[in-house]
Design a protein around this ligand. Sequence first.
Ligand SMILES: *[C@@H]1O[C@H](CO)[C@@H](O)[C@H](O)[C@H]1NC(C)=O
Ligand SMILES: *[C@@H]1O[C@H](CO)[C@@H](O)[C@H](O)[C@H]1NC(C)=O
Length: 351
Amino acid sequence: MVMVKITFMMRVLLMLSLLFILPDQAVTAWGPESLPSHHHYDILMSLIRSVGWNPRNVDVQHLDKEKSAFCNTVYRVNQNKDTTIAIAKIFSPLALARMTHRPVGSMDSYVASQGLAPRILAKTNESILMEFYEHNCDGTQNAEERDDSLCALSLAQLHSLLPLSPSQENDENMLWRSCRILLLHHVSESWACHGVAGGGSWNKEMLATEVRNQQARLSQKSLIEVPIAHGDCKPSNVIHQRERVVFIDLELCGRNYRAFDLAKLLRNDQDPALRNSSSRRARFLSAYAQHVDVSLHQLQTEVDEILSLTWLEAAIFFAAMESVDPPNSKNWNSLAASRLQNYEMCRNLTQ
Ligand SMILES: *[C@@H]1O[C@H](CO)[C@@H](O)[C@H](O)[C@H]1NC(C)=O
Ligand SMILES: *[C@@H]1O[C@H](CO)[C@@H](O)[C@H](O)[C@H]1NC(C)=O
């Protein structure tokens, strides 16, 4: 009887000690098997540990699973199963290739330190862990107007930031840089896109020619460049809170035309040339102009000049995704086609 008790105690002790000795994967509710790769597991562990959280006390949830594995991967880090405390983002090789600022996450920290992005809690050479910010719109009347004016203020503040380092003043404009990298290294030579309006088709050479011509055209115009523009300022990258607006997805942040951000924010698929949202557009640009020394007329001219480029740049990105992610090539091709259709429509209106 005594022997039995001892072995039982020993077993309990052994199990307890194993809990401390075994790697966390044996005891966390989430593990490599619930993630796309072991590599991601290691990154998440390193992020969570570096903020001093116990991996056993948090749960990790893979967001946007349906998105291609070649895009950035985003995880929600929850405490007690329900409260989200942070978002972990692991950058894709394509995102890392287009990012100018190094080390990874330095721009995110800088913009966050100005109150314009979620606070960064930890970083690795290919990922960031940031505070979770929820959209917080109250849905009352005038909410859209108030949100727009907060957003215009934040965007004007972002565009007024000094460069992250003095040498950045001479950085290549992110719009041209991004198009160049994608065309040079990622869009396949045999890429072709049919089914654009009017039965036209596009190939890689045509994309490259279009970029060259547009760059030459815009260099003749007086479009203002700022040291820090967002670079991918679509509405889903703007988080509205009660008293302020913050920006996420800062991978393409850097020197760019300020109107590239404005145009990308204001355009949408239903209104690719911004023809029938003129009142909202004028209201937004007026609010922005209040914080920057510029006339509404000048801003409207800049937006008109650059609008088509927001569609061309998106088309080139989808053309690149087709060779990065062949299993979904049909999808990427039809996304490129719709952007090119919008591009042609805008270009024909402005030129
Ligand atoms: C990040 O660093 C790890 C080693 O610490 C290395 O294995 C990995 O390839 C690096 N990732 C990138 C994108 O450089
Ligand atoms: C806006 O304009 C586009 C054409 O540019 C048109 O197809 C669309 O129906 C219009 N939408 C509204 C709400 O008027």
